[in-house]
Design a protein around this ligand. Structure first.
Ligand SMILES: [Fe+2]
Length: 182
């Protein structure tokens, strides 16, 4: 991805490293935005209105998020991916065209996608900080990761307690952080 030289205390290599991470994150956020919007349209069942409204909130957050990614890339002197083909090329998430899912399966897939993004961002934050000395980008990505953690928690709360997930596994509910006997 083309960049121009700017003087913000980062080498070209460091800036280009951060820009590459941002473009991958932008692409993943865009794919998740599309999937969330599709499920907002498709969902049926007793939880229709709750999920329909929740996913509207989530795709609005994701829409702001992709704008922040793109504008941060410009701040670093780079150019954001801006085509559907580009988003598919740089994203690690997969699309699931043609699948007709029930509400639980939709929630499960979105939880998995948010968790994949969170794990990827966690590694990216370390890389930006340790390899590219770009603490601004590490801070920015931390905020994005926290937003995904919040969305994943809301979605996860729908399927915890369900008897069987779409992959046939019983969802695990761990009591991390709760003192013994409480
Ligand atoms: Fe809508």
């Amino acid at each position: 991805m083309a960049t121009r030289t700017i003087n913000i205390g980062l080498s070209d290599r460091e800036r280009e490293g951060s820009i590459g991470i941002l473009n991958a994150a932008l692409s993943n956020a865009y794919l998740l935005l599309i999937k969330t919007k599709k499920y907002h349209w498709d969902v049926v069942g007793p939880q229709f209105m709750t999920l329909h409204k929740l996913w509207e909130e989530h795709y609005q957050l994701l829409s702001l998020s992709v704008d922040e990614y793109a504008e941060r890339i410009r701040m670093l002197g780079g150019y954001p991916v801006g085509t559907a083909a580009g988003f598919l090329k740089y994203a690690t998430l997969n699309e699931d065209p043609g699948d007709i899912l029930n509400a639980t399966e939709m929630v499960t897939r979105l939880v998995n996608d948010h968790e994949e993004i969170i794990c990827g961002l966690r590694s990216a934050i370390d890389k930006c900080s340790d390899d590219f000395h770009d603490v601004g980008n590490a801070d920015f990505l931390t905020g994005q990761m926290e937003q995904h953690e919040s969305m994943a928690w809301m979605l996860r709360s729908f399927i915890e307690g369900e008897s069987v997930q779409s992959n046939g596994q019983v969802p695990s509910v761990s009591a991390v952080g709760i003192p013994a006997g409480v």
